[in-house]
Write a protein that binds this ligand. Structure first.
Ligand code: IPE
Ligand code: IPE
Ligand code: MG
Length: 243
């Protein structure tokens, strides 16, 4: 077996963001650039996820949230949606043991109802298998939309009989799919798009936004390192002024 020596990055001067969120965009354009079908781009994107999860574990990121499928992505051609579901099922079957071995604890953000029952079962099994792991929390936003998440939270709060005066930002957060987790420190969007596309619209209120032209399948360990370096050059003020 050939051991590929990986470039070593010195992270000691840097603060590692606790929570990294990524809008994994550009699979289709990555494929088109190569004259390949979009599905080949999605496959390459899924392979890249494995690399980025390992890099997060290596760099000491504690929470990685990835946008895998939005509530709006149902509007794509049926064949593409079917292809994406096939990839999710395969990743859950084939990668889950490796993720488990790396100490990854899987969380799901979004709505599982309406998903194919066999895929739902795979998700539930993966959540159960990895629930005690604590090296990296991997939140997979799948059938996720920020607006749907907020509506879901409001419905739950009404169902719980909360009074208007009970509501605080902290309580509201505890009704979101990310309950109990700190907000993302950095939101990466690959492929050069400059929009949020309904991703973590509550939680990312003060995240550092990091757009990069790299298509998702090309966003490698070095790109993640560059994002962390850029994050360290930002001054987070949270609305206040610097001394
Ligand atoms: C991201 O890549 C994957 C999903 C949204 C599921 P795209 O499929 O959006 O790729 P582009 O934006 O068309 O290049
Ligand atoms: C956002 O990408 C959703 C995911 C990455 C899953 P899209 O490609 O769907 O977003 P738009 O349509 O460019 O805003
Ligand atoms: Mg896209």
């Amino acid at each position: 077996m050939i051991a590929h020596r990986q470039q070593s990055f010195d992270l000691t001067p840097y603060t590692i963001p606790t929570h990294v969120a990524i809008i994994m965009d550009g699979n289709g354009r990555w494929a088109r650039q190569r004259g390949l079908p979009r599905q080949a781009g999605h496959r390459a994107g899924a392979e890249n996820l494995r690399r980025i999860v390992s890099a997060c574990v290596e760099f000491g990121v504690k929470i990685l949230t990835i946008y895998a499928f939005s509530t709006e992505n149902w509007g794509r051609p049926e064949s593409e949606v079917r292809g994406l579901m096939k990839i999710f099922a395969r990743v859950l079957d084939q990668e889950i043991h490796d993720l488990h071995a790396q100490g990854v604890c899987l969380h799901h953000l979004g709505d599982l109802t309406g998903i194919d029952p066999s895929l739902q079962a795979k998700v539930r099994r993966a959540l159960e298998m990895t629930k005690e792991n604590d090296r990296l929390i991997l939140n997979v936003a799948f059938n996720y939309g920020g607006r749907a998440e907020i509506l879901h939270a409001v419905r739950q709060m009404l169902a719980d009989g909360l009074a208007p005066e009970d509501l605080t930002e902290g309580l509201f957060s505890s009704y979101l799919f990310t309950a109990g987790l700190p907000d993302p420190d950095i939101v990466v969007r690959t492929s050069g798009e400059l929009r949020i596309s309904n991703f973590l619209i509550w939680q990312a209120a003060y995240a550092e936004y990091y757009p990069t032209p790299a298509f998702w399948p090309d966003f490698d360990r070095e790109e993640l390192y560059k994002a962390i370096v850029a994050y360290n050059q930002r001054e987070r003020r949270f609305g206040m002024v610097t001394e």
